[in-house]
Design a protein around this ligand. Structure first.
Ligand SMILES: *[C@@H]1O[C@H](CO)[C@@H](O)[C@H](O)[C@H]1NC(C)=O
Ligand SMILES: *[C@@H]1O[C@H](CO)[C@@H](O)[C@H](O)[C@H]1NC(C)=O
Ligand SMILES: *[C@@H]1O[C@H](CO)[C@@H](O)[C@H](O)[C@H]1NC(C)=O
Length: 378
């Protein structure tokens, strides 16, 4: 507290302060938090943010002003929203636990309409999700909380924080130029535990490991420009695009590039998943340098994900490249399954250097492209 007052005073005096020394620390312990794993951290986060962080942000260097959760065990028993936040750093050094509370809903940490926020570790958040899914039942507490959401946020970064077993999805980033990197997510092998759900323009995810039972690093609509690289997915549902939801119109996902991805024991490898009544464009998608092991449906495009039979689809899927994909699938499913709309076939689906074994024969419906036998040319 003293040092932050001192640094703040220096800044007010307009003195030239070295950036390494300039940071201001707003410690939650000074705003009501107790590292007893019992006192709710939520109100202290809000109070430290309003009373200490906001008044002291004077530059656009995010890590000049820290909302600081020090080492220790904290209970986060209420959801916190940082609205219109800009240019500061939520630095979590401690361990944050979620309680089991059936009336806890929404998202535990939401950044909304924000700019240039850094959320970093080395701490961890433990979601205790299994308590909200008794015997694996996802319907018992359908409104159970999600973990972290950047909603309408640009130039934000999340890194070095470890996330464990959220009651629902882990990290959602919506906006432009957002980055998630060098962190891990570990959850039960069960649905609705998505790792990273990304949408918007020019977002990136790299050097992350995800273990769960649902999406690993996934792109949602609308997206224009997305890069994912150096990704490890264990027991996930793969790195997917979609789903777009039944009846979705105006779907727009373009210029997506995944490279150096390892996917093991997965429900899918990479999948573009849609419904037969969706409308829009999915274009210029590249998957390169994948190692699969025991991945069901290693390469899968489906307009009939979760059913639907009326083939009125107007979702144009084109220019999808699969290259340097090796490893193993599963013995009852094809390595490549393209199941596209009759009304709007998939076009320009190209394969090169594919070596996925332990599968049945590839299947192509309403698709054209090159590089594998059985796929008709466009
Ligand atoms: C903190 O509390 C949570 C939830 O009540 C519990 O699951 C966790 O084990 C506790 N952590 C420690 C280190 O005691
Ligand atoms: C690929 O990703 C893995 C896991 O993140 C990393 O260890 C490895 O260095 C990457 N390989 C290349 C060639 O960048
Ligand atoms: C396709 O997407 C990549 C990024 O993934 C981009 O670099 C490239 O310019 C795009 N190609 C076209 C024709 O837009």
């Amino acid at each position: 507290m003293l040092s932050s007052v001192f640094t703040g005073a220096l800044l007010l005096l307009g003195l030239q302060v070295q950036s390494a020394l300039a940071f201001i620390e707003c410690n939650v312990l000074d705003y009501g938090a107790v590292a007893d794993n019992k006192t709710d951290l939520g109100p202290a986060l809000s109070k430290a943010w309003t009373q200490c962080v906001i008044p002291q942000v004077t530059t656009t260097v995010a890590d000049n002003v820290l909302l600081y959760v020090p080492a220790g065990n904290f209970l986060l028993a209420s959801a916190v929203t940082f609205d219109d936040a800009a240019n500061w750093n939520l630095h979590i050094a401690g361990d944050i636990y979620l309680p089991f509370n059936p009336s806890l809903t929404g998202t535990m940490l939401t950044f909304e309409n924000c700019q240039n926020i850094l959320l970093n570790g080395p701490g961890a958040i433990f979601g205790n999700g299994y308590r909200y899914r008794p015997n694996g039942d996802l319907t018992m507490y359908p409104n159970r909380p999600r973990l972290i959401r950047f909603q309408n946020c640009n130039n934000c970064e999340i890194t070095q924080v470890q996330l464990f077993n959220a009651p629902m999805f882990h990290v959602t980033m919506i906006g432009k130029y957002n980055i998630a990197h060098d962190m891990s997510i570990m959850a039960d092998h069960i649905g609705e535990t998505d790792g990273f759900d990304m949408s918007g323009n020019n977002n990136q995810v790299f050097s992350v490991t995800v273990e769960n039972g649902d999406e690993c690093v996934t792109v949602k609509t609308p997206t224009n420009g997305f890069i994912a690289k150096d990704i490890i997915c264990r027991f996930t549902a793969g790195c997917n695009i979609g789903s777009f939801g039944s009846g979705a119109v105006g779907v727009n996902v373009q210029n997506v590039f995944y490279s150096n991805v390892t996917i093991s024991n997965s429900d899918a490898g990479v999948m573009i998943k849609s419904y037969p009544n969706c409308q829009g464009t999915v274009k210029n998608i590249t998957y390169t340098g994948f190692t699969m092991s025991a991945a069901a449906y290693p390469m899968y495009i489906s307009a009939f994900w979760e059913g639907g039979t009326t083939d009125t689809g107007k979702l144009q899927i084109s220019d999808v490249t699969f290259e340097n994909i090796k490893g193993t699938g599963t013995p009852t499913r094809p390595a490549i399954l393209l199941n596209c709309n009759k009304a709007t076939p998939c076009e320009g689906i190209t394969f090169s250097n594919i070596a996925v074994t332990n599968t049945i024969a590839d299947q192509f419906t309403n698709a054209c492209g090159s590089g594998v036998s059985g796929l008709k040319a466009c």
